[in-house]
Design a protein around this ligand. Structure first.
Ligand code: TGC
Ligand code: FAD
Length: 391
């Protein structure tokens, strides 16, 4: 006798039982908000290549932006609650999670961790509310995996700084009010808060992406941008500062990838139980069940890993190579699940009517940004062997 399909494949391993009541409430509340406000129309926004700026303000009002930071209008919630928010956001679209990652974990975190009191007061409350948008500019045309090769320069001129260079692939760049720009000075790498209205600054959006289409990605050009010394992040010294911000955003991706994969599997379970061939639901074929079972086990493993890393982070015990293990594994598994789900959907799977191929396309970017799969493999390799194989 057939029973209805399991509505949430994460229920297979009872992942909920690992969460506190507060964490479950935050997750449920955000999921309901996103179902009402973000899920409808997401395929259309992906197709048109647009980001919904109003949604950013609503996410701010909901308290999601910088929710893991304390003070300055931020909610001060724990890492698992933040991770679960990333999971729910990415179950809608990776572009939405990207917006929140960059706003909260890269832009706001860089100011919160390395900024002066004045910088925090000026920017954090507006960024938390979604009234202002931030971006984080590390990558350059000739410095991606190897940010130490950056060419953007900040040179002293009296009491000012003059910034020159080009940053590329910058999420939120074209809609940002403030950019955290990392530049080389004669004392090493430093961070600067560049208002996007500054003379000599311009953003040019990357056209025709096949991935993360519902997210703004831009090139930033800085031509002799003059800034006072109060624009420099006073506590950021060396490349370790931007790399420490990446740990925060990479942690969110560990959970986010679970959300994308869960949405693919939910969609596929639902489809397979109603689509009939050879006179019966395709979910009843053993080959389909083998795919579904493998994917549910893999998804559960990803969720266990995410929650485990979150609990380590709560105790301040999370090391960068552990974040690398989480990002490498969960994004790799999620992209595999998205592609396998697509096969169960047959021809319908290549349309925007169903989410798996949209998620798979988005996950191509997630596999590359915040450290490519190869960079994270080598980070784990270095931790295991003690030998750095990057160069
Ligand atoms: P090395 O040059 O030797 O080290 C520089 C300093 O940084 C320290 N460090 C870290 N600190 C904290 N957390 C980490 N994860 C760190 N990784 C390195 C390091 O200890 C050193 O400190 P110090 O005090 O000794 O000077 O660099 P390395 O050999 O350690 O690292 C090399 C490598 C390849 C791992 C690093 O360069 C790297 O991670 N490259 C990938 C670049 C990357 O991920 N870019 C992402 C750009 S932002 C983005 O993609 C946003 S997408 C957002 C979205 O839409 O969601
Ligand atoms: P490369 O570094 O040129 O790498 C190309 C290939 O070579 C990869 O497979 C890589 O793994 C491999 N490779 C490189 N070095 C090694 C090595 N030592 N050993 C083995 N293999 C190696 N950046 C920002 O600063 N801010 C943002 O907001 C941001 N948003 C992004 C949004 C999107 C949609 C995308 C796609 C990218 C974004 N990025 C952002 C840039 C992203 O961080 C870089 O694309 C990423 O770090 C890789 O750099 P690259 O693209 O230059 O590739």
């Amino acid at each position: 006798m057939a029973r209805p399909p399991m509505p949430d494949p994460l229920a297979l391993l009872d992942i909920d039982s690992l969460l506190t009541e507060e964490e479950r409430e935050i997750q449920r509340g955000l999921a309901d908000f996103l179902d009402a406000r973000a899920r409808p129309g997401v395929a259309d926004r992906f197709e048109r290549g647009v980001f919904d700026r109003d949604l950013a303000r609503e996410l701010g009002a909901f308290g999601v932006l910088g929710m893991h930071l304390t003070g300055y209008g931020c909610a001060g919630l724990g890492p698992v609650a933040y991770g679960l928010a990333c999971l729910e956001l990415e179950s809608v679209d990776s572009g939405l999670r990207s917006f929140v990652s960059v706003q909260g974990s890269l832009s706001m975190f860089s100011i919160w961790r390395y900024g002066s009191e004045e910088q925090k007061r000026e920017w954090l409350p507006r960024l938390a509310a979604g009234e202002a948008v931030g971006c984080f500019a590390l990558t350059e045309p000739d410095a991606g995996s190897d940010p130490a090769a950056m060419r953007t320069r900040a040179v002293r001129d009296g009491s000012d700084w003059v910034l020159t260079g080009t940053k590329t692939w910058i999420t939120n760049g074209g809609i940002a009010d403030v950019a955290t720009v990392w530049a080389r000075t004669e004392d090493g790498v430093r961070g600067f808060l560049v208002p996007t209205t500054a003379r000599g600054f311009r953003a040019v959006d990357v056209p025709a992406k096949l991935s993360l289409r519902a997210s703004v990605t831009s090139e930033l050009v800085l031509e002799d941008v003059r800034l006072p010394d109060t624009a420099r992040l006073p506590h950021a010294e060396g490349l370790g500062a931007p790399l420490s911000c990446l740990n925060e955003a990479r942690f969110g991706i560990v959970f986010g990838a679970v959300g994308a994969a869960r949405d693919c599997l939910r969609t596929t379970l639902d489809y397979a139980s109603t689509r009939e061939q050879f006179g019966r639901p395709i979910a009843g074929f053993q080959l389909t069940q083998a795919k579904l079972a493998d994917m549910a086990v893999s998804l559960g493993g990803c969720a266990l890993l995410a929650v485990h890393l979150g609990r380590l982070k709560e105790r301040d015990r999370l090391r960068p190579e552990q974040v690398s293990a989480g990002k490498l594994n969960n994004v790799r598994e999620a992209i595999g699940i998205a592609r396998e789900c697509r096969t169960v959907l047959g021809a319908n799977g290549v349309t925007l009517d169903y989410s798996p191929l949209r998620h798979a396309n988005n996950l191509e970017s997630v596999l590359t940004y915040e450290g490519t799969a190869e960079v994270h493999t080598l980070t784990i390799g270095r931790a295991l062997t003690g030998i750095a194989a990057f160069r």
